[in-house]
Ligand binder design. Structure first.
Ligand SMILES: Nc1nc2c(ncn2[C@@H]2O[C@H](COP(=O)(O)OP(=O)(O)OP(=O)(O)O)[C@@H](O)[C@H]2O)c(=O)[nH]1
Ligand SMILES: [Mg+2]
Length: 397
């Protein structure tokens, strides 16, 4: 079943396949988003939209203290968006934050085109990408959790109308039926995941017996984790210039030298405003990270937002409770930097408290340096507070 769905997904996002959704992107520049420049955030939303198969035609931003609780943007802005919709024959409006059910309803009524928020967009991309049973189930769970509180919004006005003409019959309303179906579905999906998890734990126990250290790649989506994985092992993971190319984890042996071999694991990337439903649903996948002895935090050095991206990765690691894990920061794509390498490294060191190791996974630059750095850390793994700060004794091993 998963395979059929995947094929459908692939066909849907093929670039020559019409019709592509014509999208207006909308974001609010509020204090909440202080650490992200609104333009960077909307640019990323555009990438997400393209990845999901839409065509971004216009970007609308508004500076507000908070998003409007009723309509996300203000009244005047909403008028402008209606005009834009007409001018551009837009078919979808994509919002840069997760909308509340109330905002969603107002916007649907006012704009009369499909309303999608950042969370739904990311969920959609994940649904298109999921290949394994585990991936499919996790995404489906996240989508159902997202949908549940929004069902009320979809049906409320109908019910009220029905009530007004006194025609509501006995038994369950449509809303109650739908909610019950979704809740049952959520329950089933959770049971499925539990089975996957048990299987995974058994698998892990076997690996533990082998006593090989586990090194996990983490980082912002599109940073080059899979490319690095392929460069360090012969994993053959698909690496492409698209957000969330990788969903399912891959683990391979990685030979560092004559003496040392580690297991290297590549997994799903992170993004700012990562939907909480996804983090929760992907716990089973992310548990792989909890087992890791060392994290390699891969940063795309060519991104103007490299520091913001790596900080948002650190926030997610904190959320997952693995921010205290020994970590090496790896700045990737140094073959394509516009700024001097030292400037990039200095900025990240100042922001993260760690001097990164510079590599190019694609051009295989300084991979020996990276292997040597991992190797230096290995004897200290199993201890607690190793190379977390840049201490010379930690890397002197
Ligand atoms: N110039 C340059 N491009 C790179 C390098 N490493 C990766 N890339 C490119 O960056 C894009 C993303 O690479 P991936 O390896 O798929 O990135 P990822 O971190 O696995 O991304 P997700 O799985 O989507 O989270 C691809 O187009 C790669 O070819 C590098 O060292 N230099
Ligand atoms: Mg990847």
């Amino acid at each position: 079943m998963a395979r059929i769905r995947n094929r459908g997904g692939r066909r849907r996002r093929h670039p020559t396949h019409p019709p592509r959704e014509r999208a207006i992107l909308i974001g609010v520049d509020s204090r909440r988003s202080a650490h992200w420049d609104i333009r960077a955030s909307i640019e990323e939303l555009a990438q997400l939209a393209v990845t999901a198969g839409a065509m971004p035609l216009a970007r609308v931003t508004q500076r507000l203290r908070h998003p409007d609780p009723n309509s996300y943007v203000g009244k005047g802005k909403l008028e402008q968006i209606v005009e834009l919709r007409n001018e551009l024959s837009a078919t979808v409006a994509i919002f840069d934050d997760e909308l509340t059910p109330a905002q969603q309803r107002t916007l649907e009524q006012r704009l009369e085109i499909k309303i999608i928020d950042r969370t739904a967009l990311i969920l959609d991309i994940f649904a298109q990408r999921a290949r394994t049973r585990e991936g499919v189930v996790q995404v489906a769970l996240a989508q159902h959790e997202y949908l549940l509180p929004r069902l009320a919004g979809q049906w409320e006005h109908l019910e009220r109308m029905e009530g007004a003409i006194g025609s509501r019959g006995p038994g369950e309303t449509q809303l109650e039926t739908d909610r019950r179906l979704i809740r049952n579905q959520i329950k089933r999906l959770k049971q499925d995941l539990e089975r996957v998890r048990t299987h995974r734990q058994q698998h892990r126990r076997q690996r533990d017996r082998a006593g090989i250290p586990l090194v996990a790649l983490v980082g912002y989506t599109n940073a080059g984790k899979s490319t690095l994985m392929n460069a360090l092992t012969n994993a053959n993971v698909r690496a492409r210039d698209r957000l969330f190319e990788t969903l399912d984890p891959t683990t391979r042996r990685c030979r560092l030298s004559e003496e040392h071999t580690v297991l290297l694991s590549d997994t799903v990337g992170f993004i700012q405003k990562l939907p909480t439903q996804l983090v929760a649903a992907f716990r089973a996948t992310l548990e792989e990270l909890e087992e890791a002895d060392l994290l390699l935090h891969v940063v795309d050095g060519t991104s103007p937002d490299a520091l913001e991206q790596s900080q948002s990765v650190e926030r997610t690691l904190r959320e997952l409770g693995i921010d205290q894990r020994p970590t090496l920061t790896v700045v990737n794509k140094i073959d394509a930097l516009e700024d001097p390498l030292d400037d990039v490294l200095d900025e990240l060191e100042a922001g993260l408290g760690l001097r990164p190791i510079a590599v190019s996974a694609q051009e295989q630059v300084n991979l020996d340096g990276l292997r040597a750095a991992i190797e230096r850390v290995i004897p200290t793994l199993g201890g607690v507070h190793i190379i977390h700060r840049r201490t010379s004794h930690a890397v002197a091993g």
